[in-house]
Design a protein around this ligand. Sequence first.
Ligand code: NAI
Ligand code: K
Length: 353
Amino acid sequence: STDDPGSAGHEQVVFCQDRQSGLRAIIGIYSTALGPALGGTRFYPYASEAAALADVLDLSRGMAYKNALAGLDLGGGKAVIWGDPDQLKSESLLRAYGRFVQSLGGRYYTACDVGTFVADMDVIARETRYVTGRSVEHGGAGDSSVLTAWGVFQGMRAAAEHVWGTPSLRGRRVGVAGLGKVGRHLTGHLVDDGAEVVATDVDPRALAWARTNHPGVTLVDDTSALVAADIDVYAPCALGGALNDDTVPALRARVVAGAANNQLAHPGIEKQLADRGVLYAPDYVVNAGGVIQVADEIEGFNFDRAKLRATRIFDTTRQILRLADDEGVPPAVAADRLAERRMAEVGRLRAIH
Ligand code: NAI
Ligand code: K
């Protein structure tokens, strides 16, 4: 395509169909400038094929940027399986999908996403080598929330350093919205570092977990109470769109750093955050620990090596926040620029385009 593989559009989009199993999938490869495209498979009941296509185009592009900033030798891709996983998911469907992944000859590696799980990757792996996020028993990295939380913690420390001069979160009040897989591990790291955690979740089991394991955590009723609480850092760890026209004006935190994907509800939100003096550590930068964990499987999973890579999210976040200051742009824009720079510079060397 062009000199800038980071922004030159998608390289390849593959429509897959297997009538017998009911498989309808789309694999989007945005870029292989840095290496094979890696990104999960989302299994979701899209309203239409157009909606599935729009999602896979958007998500595969996002993965290229995430993988570039995670320092991985991997490009960006993503896949969607269109349908209700509860109705459709079967061994034959997953294996049919695995054969399509295999047919791309390693241009695309898949992994888990919404609607797909470690056990599904094990099934897909019976048809293709190009799959990560398998179970530990099958040589996989297992649950990626472990290093996702570790990376979010590192990104938060870098943001804290940028605002307060020290990366330590000792004595800071950190609001964790969502005590799921990532939120729980993150809470552990924060408590270990001496932070005061304020948290919320819609699931009573998650609240019970907090009461049992971290009795020092303050629980509040809902996300709006958390946002309005006297917190220093806000960590969205539930669903997307956490930063919106309702939450941003109410937010009292100086720093936002959390695991949730697509935290910015719409583009103008970045400016609203900046105007309120809130430092936003871009979601796709700080939540890259999960992809770092599963990507490590390609080399034969080594937890310590993967953890070291996730620890570097501290340095990357610091670099992005400094670049944002230097160039007078929001951190999300600085992050995009850095990702595009790496895709263009290293992609040029690989001479793929
Ligand atoms: P999860 O499903 O285990 O946890 C989400 C938690 O949020 C659940 O406990 C749920 O009850 C809670 N929740 C849902 N709606 C809520 C609301 N309105 N208010 C408060 N709590 C609410 O998911 P997980 O794996 O912990 O992921 C959390 C976020 O991080 C998601 O946005 C995910 O896409 C993102 N992420 C996760 C990665 C991973 O490796 N698990 C990697 C990168 C991003
Ligand atoms: K591209």
